[in-house]
Design a protein around this ligand. Structure first.
Ligand code: 8IG
Length: 268
């Protein structure tokens, strides 16, 4: 009987990633969430594209519009290498927490010391129009899960590295920051749940990121989290959202978000 640990699987993935990309180590990992798909093209030249299904532990894309590939990108300016994941496994897919954080662990095994986690989410601040990027300052994990296995009491103070948030604000001083609340999903919140999130100290509601951030910290990585507010959270806006408006806001924001992240990553 073999008992493959998550670390074994991450090492196996890193070996295959190195083979397929022709690069022994990567420096920065980037996970692209809803609305962030353009970013990879803007941070530099793609050196290799790898189908997720060819890498141990990875599955194809589960959400339409996400791509089931990862790319090795030479970052313009710094010459560092980014490992860009075009999609993520969400907790609500039911494949377990190990699957959710496998990309982050694989990136750590591939040499990445920094991970940039992006997502699309709902905003609690009515001033955040659809298409507003917001830095994640901290999180509240409402999944009831941890990616850590065993008695490893990882400190999450400053989980979202202050130095990287400062760097982001040097690029764009107008960036707001907020506390990201992860719900299980896949349904959106009720207005009462959004009010609860606000009472708890939340600013953003979403269905990803927190478990990945914890796994990254366990692996000793620095974390930058950036949310794209694509809609006011349920009950925040008086008028029901027009899906078309949200889509349009996303399209309009894509260029700004991609450029912003490319500039931040170029300075890392
Ligand atoms: I895009 O309003 C997006 N993802 N939980 N709530 C949650 N996830 C989201 C939302 C939202 N918008």
């Amino acid at each position: 009987m073999t008992t493959e640990t998550p670390a074994d699987l991450a090492r196996a993935a890193a070996t295959v990633i190195a083979e397929h990309t022709g690069t022994e180590t990567h420096d920065i990992a980037l996970v692209l969430g809803s609305g962030w798909g353009q970013t990879a093209d803007l941070i530099g030249d793609t050196v290799a594209t790898v189908e997720n299904t060819t890498v141990p532990g990875f599955a194809g894309a589960a959400v339409a519009g996400h791509t089931g590939t990862m790319r090795s990108v030479e970052i313009s300016g710094s010459g560092k290498r980014a490992l860009v994941f075009g999609t993520r496994t969400h907790y609500y897919e039911g494949r377990g927490v190990r699957a959710v954080v496998h990309a982050v662990r694989s990136a750590a095994a591939a040499g990445c010391r920094t991970v940039v986690l992006t997502n699309g989410c709902g905003g609690l601040n009515p001033e955040w129009a659809p298409g507003t990027p917001v830095l994640i300052s901290d999180h509240i994990n409402l999944t009831g899960e941890s990616p850590i296995e065993g008695a490893n009491f990882v400190d999450l103070t400053d989980l979202y590295t202050p130095r990287l948030r400062d760097l982001a604000r040097e690029v764009d001083p107008s960036l707001d920051e907020g506390v990201y609340v992860q719900f299980r999903g896949p349904h959106y919140e009720t207005p009462a749940e959004v009010r609860m999130a606000k009472i708890l100290g939340g600013d953003l509601v979403g269905m990803s990121t927190t478990l990945e951030a914890i796994a990254a910290r366990e692996a000793g990585m620095e974390v930058l989290g950036v949310s794209l507010v694509t809609n006011p959270a349920a009950g925040i806006s008086e008028t029901p959202l027009s899906h078309e408006e949200v889509l349009e806001a996303g399209r309009a924001a894509a260029q700004r978000c991609g450029t912003l992240l490319a500039q931040i990553i170029g300075r890392m």
